[in-house]
Design a protein around this ligand. Structure first.
Ligand code: ADE
Length: 450
């Protein structure tokens, strides 16, 4: 029991635990950094006696992180960071075998989603968490603006509905601090900090060079295309694919689509990124100009209202719309409903067809939610190994240093990024050189010229 909660009260089906456990073990084999850190932390116990509240996609990779936190001495509560990405067998395994209070079921509505987060924050008794791990900023924003007016959610397996943090109430204490793993979440945190609303230090784990390279570019690139293909089943070779946004995620998506033979067009608002796209050989144009050309559209901007009804009205029959951004605000799904005379749900799993008055059909994947986590498995374990390894190291560092930090958004200490990359390289059997004394002296001096 954690704070009076039985671990499997809020999950879909405790009977799925065995299947989930097998899948967690499968992923763990491709996560050497987390495995090494779990071994080290089980001795060092950096979270001994601490409560960690996590809001993460409930996947096998997240489960490996949660097991590491448990090995490091933490009590853990877990809520989902997206209403559609929860893998119910993984939730069941964590609840059954790890004593984690899991508040996550696939497909919950918005109200239940936020109630689950509030429950994860309040589940550890009156105290609230000592540390938090967030993915998109919903946990921290719930913590800073708790309550709401909705009634408590009744657990699916009977029992009593428990009130989460009561409406309008503040938790008795704020956490020491936490980590945020997404670019979207870090942007939200910075807005909170600018308004003076952020009450504790948060580490921007998404901002490290290693994480950006491995997670944003390679992880998002591959897994978004994976989600797109699983949901739509199309051949990408020869298709015109429009990628909206050429940040580190958009770069990965565009390069992967090109690697499969697609003709890739980029839309951007940032001139430097657009220049990068041009110099890499992509076509760059406005979304209005791209709308009638594209056969597949993928949003990866982190912004809102990117593909609007006006763009959709200009699209070709059969155009596919997918979103890779964290929130479901990049494609105007309501506008698409307004345009359509009929909606044919689930023409394939995670694919809805919207029929327009002139008979054209537009295909929306994953309801406009983050396609790699809804229609596929999210990033592969190798990617989450590095991303979560950085977060675990940063959180352990925070456990000992949070009191020295202002309530603001802080970078990951640079040696943590390098340490994580070094450990992954070692696990992959790759060796790198070290600077010689002469090279160090050269790099430290400004006096030497040609
Ligand atoms: N974010 C992206 N991919 C993920 C995964 N596999 N697990 C947890 N969070 C993720």
């Amino acid at each position: 029991m954690i704070g009076g909660f039985s671990p499997d009260e809020y999950i879909a089906d405790p009977g799925l635990a065995e299947v989930g456990d097998r899948r967690i073990q499968y992923s763990e084999r491709s996560m050497p950094l987390l495995t090494a850190l779990a071994r080290r932390f089980s001795v060092e116990r950096p979270f001994d006696g601490m409560a960690v509240a996590a809001c993460l996609h409930v996947t096998p990779e997240t489960a490996v992180l949660v097991r590491l936190l448990r090995a490091a001495g933490a009590r853990v509560t877990l809520a989902a960071s997206n209403p559609l990405s929860t893998q119910d067998d993984i939730a069941a395994a964590l609840a059954a075998t790890d004593g984690v209070a899991v508040f996550a079921r696939a497909g919950v509505d918005r109200r239940t989603y936020y109630e689950h987060i509030a429950l994860a924050l309040g589940a550890d008794g009156a105290q609230g968490p000592d540390l938090v791990i967030d993915d998109g900023g919903d946990l921290v924003s719930t913590l800073l603006a708790p309550g709401g007016t909705t009634p408590p959610v009744t657990p699916p397996h009977g029992g009593t509905a428990r009130p989460p943090i009561p409406p309008g109430a503040r938790p008795p204490k704020f956490p020491l601090g936490g980590c945020e793993g997404t670019t979207t979440g870090v942007l939200r945190l910075r807005r909170m900090a600018a308004e003076g609303a952020l009450a504790f230090p948060m580490i921007a784990a998404s901002d490290t060079p290693a994480k950006r390279l491995v997670d944003n570019t390679h992880g998002t690139g591959q897994s978004v295309i994976d989600g797109l293909l699983r949901a739509s089943g199309v051949l990408l070779a020869g298709k015109t694919v429009v990628v909206a946004g050429f940040g580190t995620c958009g770069v990965g998506i565009a390069e992967c689509a090109r690697g499969l033979g697609a003709r890739v067009l980029i839309t951007e608002v940032d001139p430097v990124r657009a220049l990068d796209a041009v110099l890499r050989g992509f076509g760059v144009l406005t979304l209005a100009d791209a709308a009638p050309l594209g056969e597949v559209f993928i949003t990866a901007t982190g912004s809102a209202e990117v593909i609007t009804g006006e763009h959709m009205a200009a699209m070709r029959d059969g155009a596919i719309l997918a979103n890779a951004g964290h929130f479901d605000v990049e494609i105007d799904v309501r506008g698409l409903h307004d345009l359509a005379v009929a909606v044919h749900p689930d023409v394939r799993p995670h694919t809805d067809a919207f029929e327009l008055p002139d008979g054209r059909r537009l295909l929306l994947l994953a309801e406009g939610r983050v396609v790699n986590l809804v229609a596929a498995d999210g990033h592969p374990p190798e990617v989450m190994d590095l991303a979560f390894g950085i977060e675990a190291l940063a959180l352990a560092w925070l456990a000992g240093n949070a009191e020295k930090l202002a309530p603001d958004v802080h970078p990951v200490p640079p040696d943590i990024d390098a340490e994580a990359a070094r450990l992954v390289l070692a696990a992959l059997g790759a060796e790198i050189d070290s600077l010689t004394a002469a090279q160090r002296a050269y790099l430290a001096s400004w006096r030497l010229g040609s």
